[in-house]
Design a protein around this ligand. Structure first.
Ligand code: SAH
Length: 347
């Protein structure tokens, strides 16, 4: 019998998250797999991830796209480029286009509504948006244009930790993401969130609270991946001195991230849980495959055109750097988008 939400209180979650006995963990993987089979079935959901732009006005301490970072070539995909990547996703049999970007200060709501409406009209895809913290008015119009789902990660549910790694937008008050998640639900979106495992300063109790927050929010989708230090960011450069005291700091490891995914499966049996790219980036294709046998049921395939792939530099990802250059011969030979097995940084 699988452990229930009532049994998985904060102490139990801390114990499981920090468990490293392989025999005991085997029972966790079995339970997560059984619950996944019973509630979302055996099939893997495949999403096409289109990283539509990397212009961002935020200063998140973990993210390589933060506004003040020089030396990253900023881009915005055109409507036609986004449509082409969506059609390519549909042709590969994916069920959803996930449109992800930074928080673009020149965000064009009309244009984005038009893009969503065109994807819905021209393809059978569901549309997931992951455009950061947008206003209720914007989210309302995007929903009316046909957007089905929205992905906004809590990143860290501990308000003090989140505030530390996520400064407010220029000239604005600090934000928290929970109210936006409630707004999304009220507007009829399917709601996705998630977080990072092993953020410098994150304790085992913080991570347990993340999982309890996901359950409390009744999320439809939860993406959990290890924090990956980016050398061009404050968290990447100063990770050592921001760590929680010995024994309390959660390591940013594939193992802990997979325990968190498996526990989330037990807490939210019917949720869609990706075997995230951050897990694959650190652990390789094997880790992704293991994740899909330990409670995860979704894979995000990077469909961003090669011309932009390397510029969506959220965190270092060798697979992305190995992408072929943007020469016209290569892009016409391969189509506008990369091969479906390419890891994507945003998942
Ligand atoms: N700008 C939007 C969406 C994109 S960011 C937003 O903030 O919601 C995509 C995801 O990449 C983030 O939600 C975060 O969980 C993850 N990410 C960013 N930097 C990371 C890092 N250094 N290590 C691991 N994951 C990271």
């Amino acid at each position: 019998m699988a452990m229930t939400r009532a049994e998985l209180d904060r102490d139990a979650l801390v114990a499981w998250l920090s468990e490293d006995d392989p025999a005991r963990l085997a029972t966790l993987w079995e339970q997560a797999e059984a619950v996944r089979q019973a509630h979302v079935g055996p099939s893997i959901r495949r999403r096409g991830l289109i990283e539509i732009g990397n212009v961002c006005e935020r200063a998140c301490l973990y993210c390589g796209l933060r506004a003040s970072r020089a030396g990253v070539r900023r881009y915005r995909m055109t409507a036609d480029e986004i449509l082409e990547a969506a059609h390519a996703s549909a042709a590969l049999g994916y069920d959803t286009a996930v449109l992800q970007s930074g928080e673009d200060p020149a965000f064009d709501l009309d244009a984005m509504c038009g893009i969503v409406a065109r994807i819905k009209a021209e393809t059978p895809l569901a549309v997931t948006l992951s455009l950061g913290e947008r206003s209720e008015g914007e989210l309302t119009l995007l929903r009316e244009a046909g957007a089905d789902r929205y992905l906004l990660k809590l990143e860290a549910s501990n308000p003090a930790l989140f505030a530390r790694i996520h400064p407010p937008a220029p000239g604005r008050a600090p934000t928290t993401r929970v109210p936006i998640l409630h707004t999304l639900r009220r507007l009829g979106y399917m709601v996705g969130s998630g977080g990072m495992v092993g953020i410098p300063g994150q304790t085992w109790g913080d991570l347990a609270d993340d999982l309890l927050a996901f359950a409390e929010l009744g999320l439809d989708m939860v993406g959990i991946g290890p924090f990956i230090p980016h050398p061009e960011t404050p968290l990447g450069r100063h990770a050592e001195r921001l760590m929680a005291p010995m024994g309390e700091q959660v390591p940013a490891s594939v193992d802990v991230a997979q325990r968190a995914v498996a526990l989330t499966r037990l807490l939210l049996p019917a949720a869609h849980l990706p075997a995230t790219t951050a897990i694959e980036t650190l652990g390789g294709a094997d880790a992704r495959a293991r994740g899909l046998a330990r409670g995860a049921n979704v894979v995000m395939h990077n469909m961003t055109p090669w011309a932009y792939r390397a510029d969506y530099d959220i965190y270092p990802n060798p697979a992305r750097l190995a992408a072929p250059g943007p020469s016209p011969a290569q892009s016409s030979a391969r189509g506008a988008s990369g091969p479906p097995e390419s890891p994507s940084p945003g998942a």
